[in-house]
Write a protein that binds this ligand. Structure first.
Ligand code: GDP
Ligand code: IMO
Ligand code: MG
Length: 494
């Protein structure tokens, strides 16, 4: 509760006269007790100055091009973390969680949903397709998963509407445009509308009159543009309004001021995992632009995408596969492709089951790229790494790892700002000894083959981050937790 205030001396002497008791509520939130902005600020000040017992927080961020196994790792952390908040992307994500052989693929709903005691938040940084959200909720309900009272959508989250998909399809297939190889979910155009200040928020979706006007105006404009540019068939605004007004009624119970919810949870001592979607190299600013997604998938996005201040983020955990994959177009320096690598790449794809969780698209495969992992460490402030899919390399007697990049024959730490810059980039490989024995389902570091331990130690040495968790199979239980990681994050061992 917000009554918790700190006893610190005031910074501005005059502020002593503003006692909390005398403060009058100046703002109200949807369907909740009114709260005073000043009281929230005081909680925030107390939190940032370490004067309350606020909960722990950790950001889970993809350190590569997505699909690193974030879903599985978030699920493992929810054994002790009580809130999970998604901060970016939309239903372009596909996060797989396997519990005792039962598989769940989550797109918009955060991973904590699979533990009934967890609270789950779809933050303001997410773009939400109401129909996709309701479909996912329905399928979770059908699987017996609790979704009522423990799942909330930010009232500031942007809404994806059918014209976003129309614009994306037109643009992806238009002659002369760069084909990104998107997931065709309308993600990019929805973020464009957000930044263009002409988007629709979840709160607006619930306002029937506003929704009608918005859809009518937007359809008129988008239909004209899509017809002129891509010769697309027009969308029917009236039909769209009816469909989304109906969806709005079903979504209304989930919509909240989630920034307030999360900050309150922290002040009450609850711990939060910020669940990243996509990965560092798909980030709109820091990735392989323009072959990226349209949101801030790196750790900075956790603050802007949820309303929890950056000063409240304790730990950033980067997830990396023991090798590398990418789906869609764009640069991939350590890719196994062409005459020399194609067959090996195909082998890795088969062994790692590297096909999109939702789209089923084959993922491109390649070796671990340490310079890019170091870059991900720098951009995200990664302190712990989680290495997933170690078991996929079990058959190899030697494992090439990209240890450096060269441009024009000279080593460089700089990551190209232009996609064409990657064409000049050459990987320097070092062959690490493979372990050529099974690691699947191993649960302690000691039980790993020596060469596997050396592989992990090499990653630590080369990145400067510690490896806190190793995943040796897709199931929740097929996980190694390192003792220091357990104690820092307050996890249970074994
Ligand atoms: P996310 O988007 O980062 O959550 O990852 P995805 O769920 O899209 O893709 C990861 C895939 O690898 C899923 O099929 C997981 O079930 C699987 N997976 C995760 N960790 C492991 C692991 O350690 N070993 C193996 N063999 N598969 C894993
Ligand atoms: P998770 O969270 C892997 C890729 C698409 C495409 C590019 C842009 O499961 O790791 P978009 O539809 O976002 O405009 O597509 O980004 N992409 C992903 N690749 N994992 C994801 O999510 C992805 N989300 C988007 O393939 O190249
Ligand atoms: Mg995925």
């Amino acid at each position: 509760m917000l009554e918790r205030t700190h006893q610190a001396p005031p910074i501005f002497p005059g502020s002593q006269s503003f006692s909390t008791a005398a403060a009058q509520p100046v703002c109200a939130t949807q369907g909740q007790a009114s709260v005073c902005g000043r009281a929230i600020f005081q909680v925030e000040f107390a939190l940032s100055s370490g004067r309350t017992n606020r909960g722990r927080t950790a950001v889970i961020v993809g350190a590569q091009w997505g699909d690193e196994g974030k879903g599985k790792i978030v699920d493992v952390l929810t054994q002790t973390f009580s809130v999970v908040a998604r901060y970016a992307g939309g239903h372009n994500a596909g996060h797989t969680v396997i519990i005792n052989g039962k598989k769940f693929i989550l797109q918009l709903v955060p991973g904590g949903i699979l533990r009934p005691e967890c609270t789950n938040v779809v933050g303001n940084g997410v773009v939400i397709d109401p129909l996709a959200f309701l479909k996912e909720v329905a399928s979770l309900r059908a699987a017996g998963v609790k979704v009522d009272g423990n799942l909330f959508v930010s009232n500031r989250a942007q809404v994806i509407l059918p014209y976003h998909r129309m614009m994306e399809l037109g643009s992806e297939n238009a002659p002369g445009r760069v084909k990104i190889g998107t997931t065709s979910r309308g993600i990019g155009p929805a973020y464009e509308d957000k930044m263009g200040r002409r988007g629709l928020r979840a709160a607006d979706l619930l306002d029937s009159q506003l929704l009608r006007t918005h859809i009518e105006n937007a359809c008129r404009e988008k239909n004209m543009i899509a017809h002129a540019l891509f010769n697309s068939d027009p969308l029917d605004a009236d039909k769209m309004f009816r469909e989304y007004a109906d969806a709005a009624e079903q979504i209304a119970p989930f919509v909240r001021d989630t920034a307030l919810l999360l900050n309150r949870a922290l002040a009450e001592g609850k711990s939060i995992v910020f669940e990243g979607a996509q990965g560092t190299m798909l980030d709109i600013d820091h990735g392989t632009y323009p072959f990226v997604t349209s949101s801030s998938s790196t750790s900075g996005g956790a603050a802007t995408g949820t309303g929890v201040p950056p000063t409240s983020i304790d730990t950033v955990i980067g997830i990396t596969k023991a090798y590398c994959t990418r789906v869609g177009s764009g640069p991939f320096p350590s890719e196994l492709a062409g005459v020399s690598g194609g067959a090996q790449g195909e082998d890795l794809r088969k062994r790692g089951n590297e096909f999109g969780a939702v789209t089923g698209r084959p993922r491109r495969t390649g070796w671990l790229d340490l310079p890019l992992l170091r870059y991900a460490g720098m951009i995200n402030g990664i302190s712990w790494l989680v290495v997933t899919k170690l078991d996929v390399l079990d058959h190899l007697t030697e494992i090439p790892v990209c240890v450096g990049h060269k441009v024009d024959g000279k080593e460089t730490d700089e990551v190209p700002a232009q996609a064409c810059g990657y064409e000049k980039l050459e990987c320097i490989y070092r062959k690490m000894p493979g372990w050529a024995s099974p690691t699947q389902a191993i649960r302690t570091v000691e039980a790993l083959p020596k060469a596997a331990r050396e592989y992990l130690a090499f990653i630590e040495k080369e990145t400067g981050a510690r490896v806190g968790m190793i995943s040796t199979g897709p199931d929740r239980e097929q996980t190694i937790l390192v003792p220091d990681f357990i104690s820092e994050l307050g996890l249970k061992s074994g």
